[in-house]
Design a protein around this ligand. Structure first.
Ligand code: CP
Ligand code: NVA
Length: 336
């Protein structure tokens, strides 16, 4: 995974995955997300750190949360967003990835892209002179997992022994959890059917870091035992529709339902990146039950992505916050 190297060399910041954000920087981003969330609640019409910034967003796959949270977040911070349909602009077909990336860099301050092959977003990042953010590829979905971990952090649930159990497919969201486990210490368990394991390169890289315990199991009950978090995602991701029937059969024992939740700690929370299919990967009673924090994590996409965009596009503002935050924390006068 060398996707971000090019960008780092020329001083441009991208967010294609967790490979260039060390654990300390992730926690900094979470603290800034808390601040951004609080600002929104209190209301501060003068807080416009993305004023005069324009973000081009390319969607080659469907989206509800990602599109709404990015568009709204950019607007709330004083910026402007332009949403482009990947098929109609013909990224890599009507024109080359290189030309699209270089052209959009002339008009905009950043590119947010939801694409099929991860190699294409790497190509966009390589040729763009502005920051590029991964809004989901077949390989990973780092904005989602940032919001997920932030949701646990803001509830003071995040600690190095937290047991996060992902029940389902070793897909893009699971891959991003594994990438995160190479950056922040925690206990990550994926329970998936044989043959649906996550990306081996990302798994090896995360294990090599040696900071988290990472287990890949095929027994959901064993995996869920004493979990702090039970997490799931659709069994059939966008682009895999032709495999749906086979997947429904193979994943049937991997549903998060009341029986599986009973194996977790009594204090466990349930998460799902959504869209969700009640009766498939999650039962309705768990999805809508008291242990579900699913809508909180969806809301947090907004706050975390706003924080990320300020970090990428207005680093002075972002740094100013952290300097003040550190000083105030040091004097114990305030805690966000
Ligand atoms: N979780 C998520 O990314 O949702 P959308 O696909 O609707 O954007
Ligand atoms: N794994 C899912 C995530 C949707 C947010 C997909 O790629 O369709």
């Amino acid at each position: 995974m060398e996707e971000v190297q090019v960008k780092q060399e020329c001083g441009k910041r991208d967010f294609l995955g967790f490979s260039h954000l060390d654990g300390g920087k992730i926690i900094e981003l979470f603290d800034y997300s808390l601040f951004i969330k609080k600002k929104r609640k209190e209301g501060d019409p003068g807080f416009l750190p993305l004023r005069d910034k324009t973000v081009a967003m390319i969607f080659s796959k469907p989206s509800l949360r990602t599109r709404v949270s990015f568009e709204l977040g950019i607007h709330e911070l004083g910026g402007y967003s332009i949403t482009l349909d990947g098929q109609s602009i013909g990224l890599g077909t009507r024109e080359s990835v290189e030309d699209v990336a270089r052209l959009l860099s002339r008009y905009n301050s950043a590119i947010v892209a939801r694409l099929h092959e991860h190699a294409i977003i790497e190509g966009v990042a390589k040729h763009a002179s502005i920051p590029v953010v991964n809004a989901l590829t077949d390989l990973s979905h780092p904005c989602q997992v940032l919001a997920d971990a932030f949701t646990l952090y803001e509830r003071s649930l995040w600690h190095e022994n937290i047991k996060v159990v992902f029940v389902g497919d070793g897909n893009n969201v699971a891959n991003s959890w594994i990438e995160l486990a190479g950056r922040l210490p925690f206990h990550f368990v994926l329970a998936c059917p044989e043959g649906y394991t996550p990306n081996q390169g990302l798994l090896d890289a995360a294990r090599e870091k040696g900071i988290s315990r990472i287990e890949i199991l095929h027994d959901p009950v064993e995996a869920a035992t004493d979990a702090d978090v039970l997490y799931t995602d659709v069994w059939t991701s966008m682009g895999q529709e032709q495999e749906k029937q086979e997947r429904l059969r193979k994943f049937a024992p991997f549903q998060i339902n009341s029986a599986l939740l009973a194996k977790a700690k009594p204090t466990a929370v349930v998460m799902h990146c959504m869209p969700a299919h009640r009766g498939e990967e999650i039962s309705a009673e768990v999805m809508d039950g008291p242990q579900s924090i699913i809508l909180d994590e969806a809301e947090n996409r907004l706050h975390v992505q706003k924080a990320l965009l300020v970090k990428l596009l207005n680093h002075d503002e972002y740094r100013k916050f952290h300097l003040t935050h550190r000083l105030l924390n040091a004097s114990k006068k305030i805690r966000y």
